[in-house]
Structure formats: structure tokens, C-alpha cells
Design a protein around this ligand. Structure first.
Ligand code: HEC
Length: 220
């Protein structure tokens, strides 16, 4: 009789321990906490891996394994990505003088139009009238000029367009991650087409303005 009771108690105690163990193992593995890990050396390398962050790196800032490349570093074969002007007012002004179509650029109107329609038309509109679906919905973020046919765009140096596509400007975000440098020029050539002045490579349009700027630069 006593023995039977003992067995019963034994089962109850055992199942309670089992249930609480199950519950506790569920409860812990949330968010960044992996719960109890058996032999963590099996999961985490001792060596620092660039894409694995595990607050173990005491040498680099923020415990981060991956380090930013030195400013001005260019990956092999990506020389056309070199863009050394800063993302500020001076960089923007300097782009007007220093940034031009690459010598070997050839306009491919089909690609230019296609890229423009994907990345720019949602705001600036297919014809460049600033009537894309985004600008229609949130009119407050529209630029002061009406569209690409405005004198403002006709006189805007291509370097500034390149600068703005690369870094963005106010409500316009950077498109550097979605357009290669060559693609940015295809889009710029398409804007010239839309503006009515037509694609031309040596476009700085307002030569007088450019001469002035060049003089300022040489004087410095
Ligand atoms: C989210 C909406 C949006 C998208 C998408 C967008 N733009 Fe803009 N863009 C703007 C706004 C807003 C301005 C006005 C910025 C300012 O002057 O404050 C602007 C300004 C410009 C200007 C004038 C820059 C200057 O120096 O004044 C050019 C050129 C331009 N965009 C071209 C493009 C091209 C090319 C694309 C596609 C690669 C593009 N935009 C995509 C919103 C957008």
C-alpha cells in the first residue's frame, strides 16, 4: 500500500519537474536571448567573422567585427564609383564644375527611360511634370519648380543632377544604391530629353555661369 502511494508521488513529482522544464525552456528563447545553449563553442566561432556580431569584440568600436573602409577606398573594378565630393552645400556647388558625363558615355535612350520610369517617375512623373503618384498624394514635398521643362532644370548643371541622384536632396532620397554611376548618367540624359533641351554631353547649359564658377575656383 505504502509502496503504491510512493510510486504515485514519484510520477507526480517527475511529471511536474518535466512540465516546468519544458515551460522554462520555451520562456527563455525570446528576442536576442537564445536560451540555454549546450556547448556554445559549436555555434560561435572563436575567430571574428565580419558578418557576425556577438558583443565579444573588445577591440573595435561598438563590438563590431566589420569595419568601415578607410574614407576614399574604392573596391577593385569600381573606379567609376569614386565620388569624392562631400554631401553638403559646398559639395553640391563643386559638382556643377567638376562632375561631367564620362568621356566614353553613350546614351541608350531605352535604358534611360526605363530606369527613369522605375526610380524617378513615381515622384517626378513619366513626362517630368512633377505629377507622379507620390507627389500627387503628398503635394507638400513637391519642389518649387513645376517640372523638368522649367528653366530651373534646363539650366541645372548635369553635375548637380548627378550629385543629387547620388546623395539625395531634402525630400528626395539617395539613389546611389539602386543606380550604378553609368545608370545615373542614362537617367540624366533622359531628363535632358524630357526637359526639351535634348541630350547633349557637354551640357552645362549656362556657359556664362560656368565660366564664373571656374574663375572662382581658380582664384581659390
Ligand atoms: C520621393 C520622391 C522623389 C523621387 C523618387 C525622386 N525625386 Fe528627384 N526630387 C524630389 C524632390 C522633393 C526634389 C526637390 C528637392 C529640393 O530642392 O528640396 C527633387 C529634386 C530633383 C532634382 C533637382 C535637383 C536640384 O539640384 O535642385 C532633380 C534633377 C531630380 N530630383 C531628379 C531625380 C531623378 C533622376 C530621380 C530618379 C533617379 C528622382 N529625382 C527621384 C523627389 C523625388
Amino acid at each position: 500500500m505504502i509502496r503504491k502511494n510512493m510510486n504515485k508521488h514519484f510520477y507526480i513529482i517527475f511529471s511536474l519537474i518535466g512540465v516546468s522544464f519544458l515551460l522554462s525552456s520555451c520562456a527563455k528563447s525570446r528576442g536576442n536571448n537564445p536560451g540555454v545553449e549546450y556547448a556554445p563553442d559549436m555555434y560561435y566561432d572563436k575567430g571574428y567573422e565580419p558578418f557576425k556580431e556577438k558583443d565579444s569584440n573588445t577591440l573595435n568600436r561598438f563590438g563590431s567585427n566589420l569595419r568601415e573602409p578607410v574614407k576614399g577606398t574604392i573596391a577593385v573594378g569600381k573606379l567609376d564609383y569614386a565620388y569624392l565630393l562631400d554631401n553638403n552645400g559646398e559639395g553640391y556647388e563643386a559638382s556643377a564644375i567638376q562632375i561631367h558625363y564620362p568621356e566614353d558615355f553613350t546614351f541608350d535612350s531605352v535604358r534611360g527611360e526605363r530606369l527613369y520610369n522605375i526610380y524617378c517617375a513615381p515622384c517626378h512623373g513619366v513626362e517630368g511634370h512633377n505629377d507622379g503618384s507620390v507627389f500627387k498624394r503628398v503635394a507638400a514635398i513637391k519642389p518649387p519648380w513645376k517640372g523638368y521643362q522649367d528653366d530651373y532644370i534646363k539650366n541645372l548643371p548635369v553635375g548637380k543632377m548627378y550629385h543629387v541622384i547620388t546623395y539625395g536632396k531634402n525630400n528626395m532620397g539617395s539613389h546611389a544604391s539602386v543606380l550604378t554611376p553609368e545608370e545615373r548618367w542614362q537617367v540624366i540624359a533622359h531628363i535632358q530629353e524630357l526637359s526639351g533641351i535634348g541630350y547633349h554631353k557637354n551640357a552645362t547649359v549656362n556657359n556664362e555661369q560656368q565660366d564664373q564658377q571656374t574663375t572662382i575656383q581658380t582664384n581659390n
